[in-house]
Ligand binder design. Structure first.
Ligand SMILES: [Zn+2]
Ligand SMILES: [Zn+2]
Length: 348
């Protein structure tokens, strides 16, 4: 959503800018003049420029300096998408809209003679005045120190973009195109995750359901970039969880005489994913498995025999050498996101 506020001198071509944004760039349109004209009619006043100014100043004093444009911003935001608010005339309005975000102020200006000529041609209900009155009105509106009243000069100074409309329509359209392009260049570009990042992120979400704090890991098995099954560390269905009743430790005596302690209450994330496939009748042949770290020896054997062709692990498991060797022998490709051993508490 981008909300463009338009400010500028009378007859500068604000309407042309609006028209171009509406018809060629699909901006929605919210008009202060329309808003005020409705209020003037409601109050039974003459529909002229003085009435508009009076009603505008009156509303700003009764509510807030930015009441009118705040109402229009609300409507624009509810409408959604890009929108224009025309026109911005008081300093308080600019300040308020800036705070709301997604807001850019565009000032439109042109030489006075050109502008007078344009409003005479236009001949709308508020424009039947001579050149001197035109200049006098403008002077009054251009230099007001009350932030609740119109001060075009100050608003134009606050503009992010200034359009000089002394040339043809084409010149003006070209200028508008250019500033819209510049705005897009400034906007932070959305970066799509790669497929590996996408599935690994899903692993992280799945892992949040794990029930043993010795390693809350997750697993996602995919084929042709589509998810087949997921799994996380947890007890077999209907059996108590480590998080509820504590771990179930067993010691393992290794060849070299070292003894390690493991929690054996849980089914590993990889195993649970494979179980889900078994329950649902999903073939894993030729699939890719995403997991937190190098699968353990048991998981590696299951992975090989399921026909899984590739394993993407986020980190290396400190005791993963045996699994790595088996994958190599079985022709299962093993890829690490981070080529380092995952450090976690109670590693031994
Ligand atoms: Zn446990
Ligand atoms: Zn395992």
């Amino acid at each position: 959503m981008l909300i463009i506020g338009i400010t500028g001198t009378l007859g500068a071509g604000k309407g042309t800018v609006v028209e171009y944004l509406r018809t060629q760039r699909q901006f929605a349109y919210f008009s202060v003049r329309q808003f005020l004209m409705e209020e003037v009619h409601r109050r039974g006043m003459e529909p002229n420029r003085d009435s508009l100014t009076f009603v505008a100043n009156d509303l700003r004093q009764k509510h807030t300096p930015s009441y009118i444009v705040d109402e229009l911003y609300k409507q624009a935001a509810e409408h959604g998408g890009n929108a224009i608010i025309e026109s911005i005339r008081a300093v308080g309005e600019v300040e308020s809209l800036r705070k709301k975000g997604s807001f850019v102020l565009v000032a439109v200006d042109a030489k006075p003679e050109l502008r007078y000529e344009r409003i005479q041609k236009r001949g709308s209900e508020t424009d039947h005045i001579d050149f001197e009155t035109f200049l006098a009105n403008e002077k009054r509106e251009m230099e007001n120190t009350d932030p609740n009243k119109q001060n075009l000069k100050a608003c134009m100074r606050m503009a992010d973009i200034r359009l000089e409309n002394n040339g043809s329509f084409d010149d003006l359209h070209h200028e508008i195109d250019r500033f819209l392009e510049n705005l897009q260049d400034d906007a932070p570009k959305h970066e799509r995750p790669s497929w590996d990042e996408y599935f690994m992120d899903l692993c992280h979400s799945v892992a949040l359901r794990a029930t043993c704090n010795r390693g809350r890991s997750g697993c996602v098995i995919v084929k042709d970039k589509q998810i087949l099954v997921t799994g996380y560390v947890g007890s077999p269905s209907h059996l108590p969880h480590c998080d509820e009743v504590g771990h179930l430790f067993r010691k393992t005596l290794h060849e070299d005489g070292t003894i390690t302690t493991h929690c054996v209450r849980t089914v590993h994330a990889e195993q649970n994913a494979i179980c889900q496939a078994a329950r649902r009748g999903v073939a894993l042949e030729g699939s890719t498995l995403y997991c937190t770290m190098t699968p353990c020896r048991t998981c590696a054997m299951l992975i090989i025999n399921c026909g899984i062709k590739k394993v993407v692990a986020e980190y290396k498991y400190h005791a993963g050498a045996e699994s790595e060797e088996m994958f190599k022998m079985a022709g299962v490709e093993l890829q690490y996101v981070h080529d380092e051993v995952l450090q976690y508490s109670r590693q031994k």
